[in-house]
Design a protein around this ligand. Structure first.
Ligand code: BYC
Length: 473
């Protein structure tokens, strides 16, 4: 297998698509449907061209090409990381056996389901971000938004390739459905909760790319361990692209915080709203919301689904091969967050296999904490006393052990009535949202930036901030 993409084909790929005419034809007939979905549900702002990165090779060096392209002509391709012919399954009951090049019949339904759930999130996020271009704070940010969008589109291609290549007619039908469900739709919503929420402003976008894309990183990390080798190789390459999406979130929030503290000092007040910035208290509320809906994406703290996926070899753990245990977990236990028998927010011990969603979520939470520490360093260096904080895992949950109770961000259990009275103190309320939206005035002029956010420290691919990243129509 070569690792360079063949760009002479209608669908660029490094999977020798031309050798399988049936598959090639099936994907080529899905392609116009994808493009019409992109036209109607993708970025709404009309552009001539955008300075985008396009994946061209899966090797370590020089995997991407940068250049101005019309977004409709973006070359969405199919790329799998290089195959390791000796790869063996690292966990579960098939541990030590050669990785699968096809899905064994008994696991087909579960494997397909996981791929569909993963695939569903990709176009969902593009739909959620559809209108953000109209209010971009700078051309640099606009370009980053579009970069994220086209790559989520490519990740959809990645999952659709697997569905077409390995799951027959059912797979092809599921691939069609991925274009028919829509974020927030009453009749056919996206599968997971967070992907039906709105991303109506840029603070939400940065929080989404920080917290929700990071769930993507961890879920892809577990699918990269899969015994199903084509899925593993697909996810390995997707993770490479994912890093930039999280960079957009991390540095986006850096820049919001930076600008707010700058004005707090200049105007000697915490109330920077009237001065055209976002108060830290509002940043905290947005953080509370996006973090908790992202926690919901990990499923329940105890789950027989995940135990079955692991035992079968479909979905591993984060850094599976670096873990020092038997990789089968049949006789181990794990502590997971729970509501205790006394009704308190606490922990209880369950069989390790049942607690694997909680295990992954733990890795995710400690990664999220890194961002909070980073933003708090900005606050510390500016000599302001406020600090940002991750709320309790029991706060604002719709999935899992805490979905039936209410709790404060500090993890104190409260009644439903008190929650109704106080939730506006902790989650963005109508006033906060209106204020944030009022700041979202587009700055589409080269080298300029909106007043609510600091400029980035550097541009993209060695270009300056002032570069003409996007040509509007
Ligand atoms: N919303 O056994 P449980 C990304 C369902 S993000 C609605 O506890 P399980 C990206 C669940 O399906 C990463 N329903 O859950 C980011 C189950 O239904 P059934 C996406 C939910 O199965 C940004 C029932 O509740 N990838 O890539 O252990 C931009 C009981 O659940 C939710 C994946 O998620 C929810 N939040 O774990 C772009 C990986 N949570 O069986 C892209 C693939 C649970 O009763 N998916 N349910 O009908 C999975 O690994 C698992 O399906 C989940 C759930 C982790 C999602």
């Amino acid at each position: 297998m070569t690792s360079a993409a063949d760009y002479t084909e209608k669908i660029p790929n490094n999977v020798d698509l031309h050798e399988d005419r049936r598959l090639q034809r099936a994907l080529e007939s899905w392609q116009p449907n994808f493009l019409s979905w992109w036209e109607s549900m993708g970025p709404a702002l009309p552009t001539q061209d955008v300075y985008l990165r396009t994946a061209v090779n899966v090797g370590r060096e020089g995997w991407a090409h940068f250049g101005h392209v019309a977004m409709r002509d973006y070359r969405w391709g199919i790329f799998l990381a290089e195959r390791d012919r000796d790869r063996r399954i690292a966990f579960g009951e098939h541990k030590g056996e050669p990785a699968w090049q096809k899905v064994p019949g008994e696991y087909r339904a579960d494997m397909q389901r996981l791929i569909v759930i993963q695939g569903d999130t990709e176009p969902a996020s593009v739909e959620q971000q559809r209108n953000l271009g109209a209010t971009a704070p700078s051309l640099y940010d606009l370009r980053n938004l579009f970069q994220v969008n086209v790559e989520e589109g490519r990740h959809l291609w990645a999952m659709v390739y697997l569905l077409h290549a390995y799951f027959g007619r059912e797979g092809r039908e599921e691939a069609e459905e991925l274009l028919h469900r829509h974020s927030g739709s009453e009749d056919s919503p996206r599968i997971l909760g967070a992907f039906n929420e709105e991303t109506p402003d840029w603070l939400s976008f940065f929080m989404f790319t920080y917290f929700t894309d990071r769930d993507g990183k961890y879920q892809l990390g577990t699918l990269k361990e899969s015994a199903f080798d084509p899925l593993s190789r697909t996810c390995e390459f997707m993770l490479k692209e994912e890093a930039h999406h999280m960079f957009v979130g991390t540095t986006g929030i850096d820049r919001v915080v930076e600008r707010s503290v700058q004005l707090m000092k200049e105007k000697d007040t915490d109330e920077v709203g009237p001065h055209g910035a976002i108060p830290l208290s509002v940043v905290q509320k947005y953080l509370n919301f996006h973090y908790t809906v992202s926690l919901d994406l990990f499923g329940g703290e105890t789950s027989t689904n995940v135990a079955n996926y692991f035992t079968a070899g479909l979905k591993g753990r984060w850094s599976e091969e670096r873990r020092k245990d038997d990789h089968q977990l049949t006789s181990e236990g794990i502590w997971v967050d729970s509501v205790t028998d006394g009704g308190e927010i606490g922990q209880s011990e369950v069989a390790a296999l049942l607690g694997l969603n909680a295990d992954l979520r733990r890795e995710y939470i400690s990664d999220c904490q890194n961002g909070v520490n980073r933003w708090n360093r900005i606050l510390e260096e500016a000599d302001v006393p406020q600090r940002l904080k991750l709320p309790s895992v029991a706060f604002n949950r719709k999935v899992g052990a805490f979905s039936g109770i209410e709790a404060t961000p500090d993890g104190e259990r409260i009644s439903a009535g008190e929650w109704q009275r106080r939730k506006g103190q902790w989650l963005p309320n109508a006033v906060d949202k209106t204020h944030v939206r009022s700041l979202m005035q587009p700055v589409h002029e080269r080298g300029k930036i909106a007043a609510w956010i600091a400029p980035p420290r550097q541009g993209i691919n060695g270009k300056p901030f002032e570069y003409d990243y996007v040509h509007l129509q």
